[in-house]
Design a binder for this molecule. Sequence first.
Ligand code: GLY
Length: 313
Amino acid sequence: MTSTPLLLLHTGFGSRLDHHLESFLKTVLRQGRRRLEQGESALEVTWSVVGLLEESGFFNAGRGAIPQEDGIVRRDIGTMDGKTLGYLGMPGLTTISCPARILPSLFGTTRHVLLSGEAASRWLVAEGLSDIPGPPPFEEKSLKTWQDRGDQGDHGTVGAVARDRNGHLAATTSTGGAGRMRAGRIGDSAVPGAGTYADDRLGAVSMTGLGEVILQNVAGYRFLCAVSKAPDRKAAEEAIREILADIAEGPAARTDGRIGGILISTRHGPFVFHHSGVLLAGAWREGEKEVVLKDSWNAGDDPCLPSLSILST
Ligand code: GLY
């Protein structure tokens, strides 16, 4: 059975779409598109897209990742194959500057789902995959920049979700974390069901925003399940709005923090959703000449209302 290839990426909250980013992100989406057209798997395409975003240094991931309070940069990455439910999450990496680049060598080589911190970082050195083999450098300047922004500051987590020609889905998310992190803090990106999830029967999702809120709500899986149960797209939109109102920013919310995500539902297609703020995200669908890129997907003018944009199927 052949399927319609589809690719979505996000670069988290905070980045405005200027000429420079527009041209870079279009190039990234077009490269992903070419790979999907050539028959590469959704999983490989998400690795390659996230790898390019990490290497750019423009976002809080890969080369642009920010340090924790001890001045050490610890990177988190999560990736999931919707065909097999294979998952690899590696939080707290200190010996690799762009974790997505090592996924082709590592994925499927262990049945462990999560490998963390110092020991996992040493493993990368032993495997010859590290590009920071010595003690991780102390990064004072960017530490101060991030402390100044605070907990609710700009987040530049990056992620991609894709569907390939065979109808398989995948998700990959990479981050340097959030503002004012204690050393050892782990966010949502590497944790299955929180920041990253894919299951061909449900869909694929990559989340961004305050990791603590995403973890507390197992948000990625929650959005996927709700959208999957909805009888049609309108009901799916409503379900996303309800979850946003319940968990993030606003009078009725039980937890507090800005969150958003990109999602491909097996039943209802692509969604980009976020609470208030700027969420830079883009998409490409087979059959369309151009890619779509936006930094704000707000449906209404009221920044306190849950906002959501739906890419038409
Ligand atoms: N969403 C990324 C983090 O909070 O770590």
